[in-house]
Design a protein around this ligand. Structure first.
Ligand code: PLP
Length: 373
């Protein structure tokens, strides 16, 4: 037996024939950068998210960076984001020259604590960058209120939350812009790297379109110093096809989460993730917590039984060598730090079946029962 952690290849099988046909069309036309597949996907994605524009870029790190650059974020500015996130969020802020200011996560749902965001606002704060971590939409009402009071921007790191909706509104459409990663195992994943920016701000969209393409939309017309970060048409063709399945696939993920709740609920020693029970969680990953003395041994035992798990993420950003220069100490973000030792991501993808979850629950119970902490 074996339960895959993610199922990008299963998703690929579903779009395979149509995607191969698109590839033939791209090759026949000979336009290997940009072109109709990118424009078509951008239009479809904007329509899906409910923004007036979507702009395809090279990956989800560039998308964050390009949004911040287009908003004029730079040296001397501060951008507040989550201590508990993938390092890319903080890297993007760093590379603009601004200072990343971190806020700890809440102790029940892993999401950025809006109260801490409020306390970290200074006269230099240029933007708040909430992360819809693990696929769940952060507390946008609070965060938008804080931003409105202070006249600062909200940029959503929606890399993990494609298709999550709160009261009908999609992740990425709350702030001035939303940033997506189409890394293959994301809920909307390409078959290589890819990223996307959504916004209804025409000026910001125009600026990002230039920045992603050497500073201009027309060849050899360079209005600003730009970058090369474009969504590949071969990826755009795959994404356009996958987008049509996204709601159904997110429903499948929520079903898997429901099974986990049913089968893991009665087992002692596991803390299940709190969520709102609606579409605001797209369950990019399903993260439980176990005693930190048991976590790594539990992982090994599950692996022996063919159940692959992961840890998102083993070290909070402020304790990584990359961001030591921010000057934080162990203890500065106690919730994120404690969680880093306890979290365990269980298989979550469209191929997980109820019997897989039942089996994972049995193995987890036996692994936890066998470990006396
Ligand atoms: C929260 C978050 N932000 C940003 C990124 C960066 O995306 P990419 O890997 O496409 O650069 C990722 C994904 O890896 C992510 O999970």
């Amino acid at each position: 037996m074996g339960v895959l952690f993610s199922a990008a290849s299963r998703e690929f099988e579903i779009i395979r024939d149509d995607w191969l046909r698109s590839l033939e069309e791209i090759a026949a036309r000979g336009a290997f950068v940009g072109g109709p597949p990118v424009a078509r996907f951008e239009q479809a994605f904007a329509g899906y998210i409910g923004t007036s524009e979507a702009i395809g870029v090279g990956n989800g790190t560039d998308s964050l960076y390009l949004i911040l650059k287009a908003l004029g974020v730079g040296p001397g500015d501060e951008v507040i984001t989550a201590a508990n996130t993938f390092i890319a969020t903080v890297e993007a802020i760093h590379h603009t020259g601004a200072t990343p200011v971190l806020a700890d996560c809440r102790s029940d749902d892993f999401l950025i604590d809006a109260e801490q965001v409020r306390r970290r606002i200074t006269s230099r704060t240029k933007a708040i960058l909430p992360v819809h971590l693990y696929g769940q939409i952060a507390d946008m009402d609070e965060i938008l209120d804080i931003a409105r009071e202070r006249g600062i921007h909200v940029v959503e790191d929606s890399a993990q939350a494609a298709g999550a909706r709160r009261k009908g509104k999609a992740a990425g459409s709350f702030g001035i812009a939303g940033s997506f990663s189409f890394y293959p195992d994301k809920n909307l994943g390409a078959i290589g790297d890819g990223g996307g920016i959504v916004t209804s701000d025409a000026k910001l969209a125009a600026s990002v379109r230039k920045l992603r393409n050497h500073g201009g939309e027309v060849r050899y017309q360079h209005d600003v110093p730009g970058f090369n970060s474009r969504l590949d048409p071969i990826q755009a063709a795959a994404l356009e096809l996958k987008l049509k399945h996204l709601d159904e696939w997110n429903r499948a993920r929520r079903q898997v989460a429901g099974w986990y709740e049913h089968y893991l609920g009665p087992i002692g020693g596991i803390e299940l993730p709190r969520h709102r029970g609606d579409e605001s969680h797209a369950f990019h990953v399903y993260v439980v917590r176990v005693d930190e003395k048991a976590r790594d041994r539990v992982r090994k035992q599950l692996q022996k039984k063919g159940v692959l798990t992961a840890v998102h993420y083993p070290l909070p950003v402020h304790l990584t060598p990359a961001f030591r220069h921010l000057g934080h100490q162990a203890g500065d973000y106690p919730v994120s730090e404690a969680f880093a030792g306890q979290i365990l991501s269980l298989p979550m993808n469209i191929a997980v079946r109820e019997e897989d979850v039942a089996l994972i629950a049995r193995e987890l119970a036996s692994a936890l029962g066998a470990i006396h902490v």
